[in-house]
Design a protein around this ligand. Structure first.
Ligand SMILES: [Zn+2]
Ligand SMILES: [Zn+2]
Length: 237
């Protein structure tokens, strides 16, 4: 049941599509995108590697690409370019409703196309922000995605599984080599993951440096497997 405050707010400021700004119809409001934009923003194809475009059969990165990463698998929900605007509104303008909608869409993608990840995963862990940055932003965007994924799929979200030990420069401002140096030893696992299969969640996968560093720590803390699931993959068509 919606509370009165929400109903009033929805009347005065009706929720709008995160991409085109149109007022959402009642039946569209769970997903934050209008029906037109929703049909225009496809989930990543299942038969193509989102990193190199090569052949794959499970929507994840192909074997060739996986040789470069220490984790066990990577899947994403959307091509980055298609959800860029929504991510921006969520992360930088602080529109949490959009983040919640994107989290629900990620959950739907897991339920529809990546059941094997859901069956295997023991726990959901998100990429941490430095406490200072989280305070400045008011929230950690990947926490919001994970909360919605957990809610819809029943997976357990281990909110404090990883922490950021030091402040780092935004990865988007750096080239691939600088990204590696920037994040070296920036994360630490704060829980015991012995024997666990972890589903690591991030918002954007570009060079994979962030997930790589987080995965290393999870393995160090005993994880048996680290599978990555991201909202968007940059460079994918
Ligand atoms: Zn729209
Ligand atoms: Zn590939």
């Amino acid at each position: 049941m919606k509370c009165l405050k929400t109903i009033l707010l929805d009347t005065v400021f009706p929720p709008r599509c995160a991409v085109c700004g149109e007022i959402l119809r009642m039946e569209e409001r769970q997903g934050v995108l209008c029906a037109d934009c929703r049909s225009d923003i496809p989930y990543l194809p299942q038969e193509k590697c989102p990193h190199c475009g090569g052949k794959t059969n499970n929507g994840g990165f192909c074997d060739f690409c996986m040789k470069h990463f220490p984790f066990d698998s990577v899947c994403g929900a959307f091509p980055y370019e298609k959800v860029r605007k929504a991510i921006h509104l969520f992360k930088y303008d602080g529109d949490k409703t959009i983040g919640e909608g994107l989290g629900r869409l990620m959950a739907e993608e897991l339920l529809e196309n990546h059941k094997e990840l859901l069956e295997k995963a023991d726990v959901l862990v998100s990429v941490p922000l430095h406490p200072k940055k989280e305070k400045f932003r008011g929230f950690n965007q990947t926490h919001i995605l994970c909360e919605k994924i957990a809610e819809k799929t029943g997976l357990t979200f281990q909110r404090h599984g990883l922490e950021r030990k030091r402040e780092t420069i935004a990865q988007s401002e750096l080239d691939p080599e600088e990204r590696k140096v920037n994040l070296k030893d920036a994360f630490a696992a704060t829980a015991d993951f012995t024997g666990k299969c972890v589903l690591l969640v991030d918002d954007i996968f570009t060079t994979g440096t962030t997930c790589r560093e987080c995965a290393k720590e999870l393995y160090r803390a005993g994880a048996r497997e680290v599978m990555v699931f991201v909202l968007s993959v940059a460079g994918a068509e």
